[in-house]
Design a protein around this ligand. Sequence first.
Ligand SMILES: O=C(O)CCC(=O)C(=O)O
Ligand SMILES: [Fe+2]
Length: 366
Amino acid sequence: MINAPVPPHILNQILAKADAGDSTARHQAALLLSCAPFVAADLKAAARYQHGVALPPAVTIKTAYALEHWPEAQLIERLLATHNAEMQLLAALILDCRGQRQQALELMQGLDPQALPLLGYLLSYGTDNPATWLAKSPAQHPLVQLRQQELNAPYPAVTASHTELPAGMALMESFISPMACAYLKWICAPWLAPAQTVDPKTGKSLTHQIRTNASMTFSSGLACPFVIWLERQIAAAVGLPAQCQEGTGVLHYQPGQAFRPHFDAFDPSQGGAQHLLADGGQRATTVLIYLNEDFTGGETDFPRLNFRFRGKMGDLLTFSNLDAEGQRDELSLHQGLSTGAGVKWLLSKWIRQKPTDHGQRLHGSV
Ligand SMILES: O=C(O)CCC(=O)C(=O)O
Ligand SMILES: [Fe+2]
């Protein structure tokens, strides 16, 4: 079975019917709330509607993986055992990022050829014309095309000896594979919305001209096993607990869009700071993973360090936002320069000093 994500307004209509006693809606609600890669609410909510409904294996896997910390080999084994196209795709992505390309390709090739266009349609539900997806032959699917194009990309990740990196920064080249980049772009595309920024005075999120791009954030309820796995990979790479992470964000810049100069760390002198610092303390570290290369402009720019960075597909750049005393580092000011031609995709991860609600929900309490 393939699990369908649903835009919130549709889900809310179904939930309202289910709450009014409609048994079909209850059934739909249990399935939809528990599906992967997008779970529109948390699993506790699904349980409310669950009576008599067999939940898809993905749900059990996601919950157990998040809470029991299975070793990676066990995760892959269980994903494969579901015989579910989506779960097998996740296993292929993890294997691919691990450098087991041949096994990943075999898995991809073994997938039901109808499953990928159908997954594309389901993932774009409500925002795309289903006919566009269903009319595509499986061979036209971006993930299918990619497996032929990207055969020679280097894996696994290598830590780059980038002599020109400023202090406090590190680069890991090919941290995730092009197939994984394509998957992240693909599943986020239908869910992009104007990116928000935090109002320092109130601590509330709002749209602001400082940030004109779009984004999508995987809250703990939305994270699929691949995103949970990726958060743990990031944690290991930067040596900071996965529990300290905020949700994984994916940023999308159309030509001319930008994220103007800003600090990721909060300004503690502002009124909204206490509210923001309450869940995990300061944003100590930022991790960026570059998901594509086919655009001009759009570098990540650190004006006070006279440093400008352009990642290759799958590269991870990390930098610190705090100085040795734990205060906001004034040198960490940075921006996503406006893109010229083409679209820029970037994964963005902020890591706090202490565990966050998000991190503990996905990775257990510390
Ligand atoms: O788009 C970029 O290059 C920078 C993104 C950024 O500053 C952030 O996500 O905090
Ligand atoms: Fe930033």
